[in-house]
Design a binder for this molecule. Structure first.
Ligand code: NOJ
Length: 753
């Protein structure tokens, strides 16, 4: 049969299966029928082809294997031996490969096109850790929806996001890509992002299939070194690491990505306990699992398998359905099936999962659904997308310090010096996952501030952060010596009323493979800060960075500090609006800021230990040269107004516990506050942390206004996982804390019966 005739018959089968569908259950059965009808037509080679994902020929987001030549990839596309491509973007490019797959291969099965749409496609919204600081789930969802809309208009239909890895280690550069250190917040954000990307209708040309990654425990790499060994106990695995993945699964995320790391001696990619027992077993996940880039073959380097054949064998048995850039499945699986080592039913299971997502995306109905040039032109960079990026950028900013009301800045009659290597930078605000963004396309802080014309603005760079060009693939060279521009900056500071200094990390200093042993301001920026401080102490420090930094000196000496992360395309506008008070900052830290690297891992929900303190003698859990306290705790962030918390009350009604608190705006301007609720389970069969976030609400209060906030705690919030992974709820005493940060002391308690 000719291929075109065949594809028509596939589609016909699909449509026949579709006709009488009623309700979700029926719809699912329909898709299962369609999947089976396609599967029945496939040869073993074609099935394995569906499990094969190739990198495209334009962008590279990992080390390229030597056998990755383009000619072979085109040939495989023609033979129906490719199920997916990543890093092919733009309608024209996607159409080109899709056309080969659909019109030249025997069965014409469409490709699923993956891309790292992490916080935007061409338009970047804030990096994920920044967005998480908004604690605004609606805004986060909208941001993901906008990213999906833009990426889908460029031919993409699958994003490798959200990264839901919890991490307590800011040395790990990928904390920029996650939701921070907390499981409760991280789970809520995981759901918001999945729903944002996937929308209500996955087959719409404005949504993408999402991917919860990296399964699992990638954020717990020893010493914060990327790709490093992970060794965590069951309590941490079940209570801290897995819940955001489970939340993503429950939100119907279509795919998972496994991880580069080993977990307790077994590489995640070959880990049947994680993928078969937990994900596809206990959780009944019906989507598919893609490997991380080359992670199947990397099991050789782990010392877990001897060759690629062994790697393919173990990976498929462990539940990895699609091979990203290892060339292991395409080269080895057929032989493994033929010699009886791998059952064909395992292959069928993987292919079913992959085809199912393709059907759900509507690719069989119209493989060019995401390839409309008109849409591409009108959607990418549109006003709607830019506005949403600005909205979440403002919401992501965290005010860390504001002494003497230095902020907000007066709008007129001021001489302002704007100093710092990042002040005029139009590239760094885009972050490191900004593959499809145009270089230097962000609005810089300088440009944002220039819009406030009634002040005099003097810009002086002071010191560049990096030397030479920076990119995704190569190490950033930090400026360690060139102080030649210091003097100009010092002169500008001398004659100014206020100095705004924009310091921190360039975009490629955080992200994948960007681990650091120092969290100080990189290079000579601290020196510059202190030199400027000598001549003008009225400084606003604006931080641009992808991870918590150790800024103790600044905290002690600089009157105002603003955490502005890498806020994406609209950075300058967002920062300027906050500095001038047109937006009252409301962000709260999703990750603890340490005082020193030696405190890491430092996180708010630590365990009490058998020797808590402080004590007079030395015999308690502490450091002799540093306090146990962080520089800024999880959940912390100020506003241009102040809030007071009063009248905490708790009442139990059966298995529900109600916690009520009054929150008042005690300042002069309207403001938003993230009201946070923490619990402590005092005695448990597996010890519990001293505090655990279990609720939060974002409220807006006018000056002097009071609102009553009510939280309801159920068994879901009060229980925990024991060391077998069973969720249990134990009666006993609980403390409850409410406030504007994890450091709150307003507390009460109740007995749960
Ligand atoms: C490796 C990264 O770990 C993963 O998160 C990403 O999605 C893939 N590369 C594809 O670029």
């Amino acid at each position: 049969m000719k291929k075109n005739t065949l594809i028509i018959s596939i589609i016909l089968l699909a449509i026949i299966g579709c006709q009488k569908s009623t309700g979700i259950k029926e719809g699912r059965k329909d898709i299962d029928r369609k999947v089976d009808s396609v599967l029945n037509l496939m040869t073993l080679e074609e099935k394995i082809g569906q499990m094969n994902q190739y990198n495209g020929f334009w962008d590279v987001t990992g080390p390229v294997p030597s056998d990755g030549d383009a000619a072979k990839k085109y040939e495989h596309l023609r033979k129906g031996l490719v199920g997916s491509m990543l890093n092919v973007r733009g309608v024209a490019n996607v159409k080109k490969v899709q056309k080969i797959a659909v019109e030249e291969s025997r069965l014409g099965i469409p490709l699923i096109i993956g891309f790292d749409v992490i916080h935007g496609y061409e338009t970047q919204s804030p990096i994920p850790i920044a967005e998480s600081a908004s604690w605004d789930l609606e805004a986060i969802k909208k941001s993901a929806a906008m990213a999906a809309k833009e990426a889908a208009a460029a031919g993409i239909n699958w994003t490798f996001a959200p990264m839901v890895d919890i991490s307590r280690d800011p040395r790990w550069g990928r904390v920029m890509e996650g939701a921070g250190e907390d499981t409760f917040l991280g789970s809520k954000i995981a759901v918001a992002r999945v729903k944002g990307f996937q929308g209500e209708d996955l087959s719409s040309p404005a949504t993408l299939a999402a991917c919860a990654k990296h399964f699992a425990a990638y954020g717990f790499a020893e010493s914060g070194k990327d790709y490093n060994t992970v060794d965590v106990g069951t309590s941490t695995l079940y209570n801290t690491i897995l819940p955001p993945f489970k939340a993503a699964k429950d939100a119907d995320v279509k795919t998972f990505m496994n991880a580069f790391n080993e977990l307790n001696g077994i590489p995640a990619t070959g880990n049947a306990f994680l993928q078969r027992e937990i994900l596809k077993g206990r959780w009944n996940f019906k989507g598919f699992v893609v490997s991380d880039w080359g992670s199947i073959m990397e099991m050789m380097a782990h010392g877990y398998v001897k060759d690629k054949k062994d790697a393919a064998d173990l990976a498929v048995k462990a539940g990895s359905d699609m091979d990203m850039e290892s060339y292991a499945y395409i080269n080895e699986l057929a032989e493994l099936v033929n010699d009886g080592s791998v059952k064909e039913s395992l292959i069928d299971d993987a292919v079913r999962r992959i085809l199912k997502v393709k059907f759900e995306l509507g690719l069989f109905e119209d493989p060019y659904k995401y390839c409309n040039e008109e849409r591409e032109k009108s959607v990418i960079g549109s006003k709607e997308i830019q506005e949403a990026a600005l909205d979440i950028a403002k919401k992501s900013i965290v005010l860390l310090k504001n002494e003497n009301k230095v902020l907000p800045l007066k709008k007129s009659g001021q001489k302002i010096a704007l100093i710092g290597g990042l002040a005029a930078d139009k590239n760094s605000p885009l972050g490191s996952w900004r593959l499809a963004a145009k270089d230097n396309s962000a609005i810089s802080v300088l440009e944002g501030m220039q819009k406030y014309k009634e002040n005099e603005l003097i810009y002086a760079e002071g010191a560049s952060v990096a030397v030479g060009a920076t990119n995704f693939i190569n190490e950033v060279q930090v400026n360690l010596t060139d102080t030649s521009k210091f003097n100009k900056a010092i002169e500008a500071a001398k004659k100014s009323d206020v100095v705004v200094m924009v310091l921190g990390e360039v975009g490629f200093q955080s992200g994948e493979a960007r681990s650091s042993t120092s969290l100080d301001l990189p290079g000579i920026q601290q020196e510059l800060l202190e030199a400027v401080y000598q001549v003008n102490k009225n400084i606003v420090l604006v931080l641009n960075n992808g991870r918590p930094l150790t800024i103790n000196w600044a905290e002690m000496n600089i009157p105002a500090i603003v955490e502005a992360w890498q806020l994406g395309s609209q950075t300058g506008n967002a920062v300027a609006q906050v500095l001038y008070g047109d937006y009252n900052p409301s962000g709260k830290l999703p990750m603890t800021f340490p005082r020193s690297v030696g405190q890491i891992p430092i996180y708010y929900n630590y365990k009490n230990t058998g020797r808590p303190g402080p004590k007079k003698e030395v015999f308690w859990s502490h450091y002799q040269d540093e306090t146990n306290k962080p520089l800024y705790p999880f959940g912390y962030g100020l506003s241009y107004t102040t809030f007071s918390y009063n009248d905490i009350q708790v009442s139990t009604q059966g298995k529900n516990v109600k916690v009520i608190v009054n929150v008042t705006n005690t300042g002069e301007v309207e403001g938003k506050e993230v009201v946070q609720l923490y619990i402590r389970d005092m005695i448990a069969s597996v010890t519990r942390p001293v505090k655990e976030l279990k609720g939060f609400e974002l409220i807006t209060l006018k000056p002097k206004e009071t609102k009553t906030v009510t939280f309801t705690l159920t068994e879901k919030e009060l229980g925990f996982f024991n060391n077998t992974g069973a969720f249990i709820v134990e009666p006993g005493e609980f403390k409850v804390f409410v406030g504007g940060s994890s450091d709150t002391s307003l507390e009460t308690s109740f007995d749960f019966l």
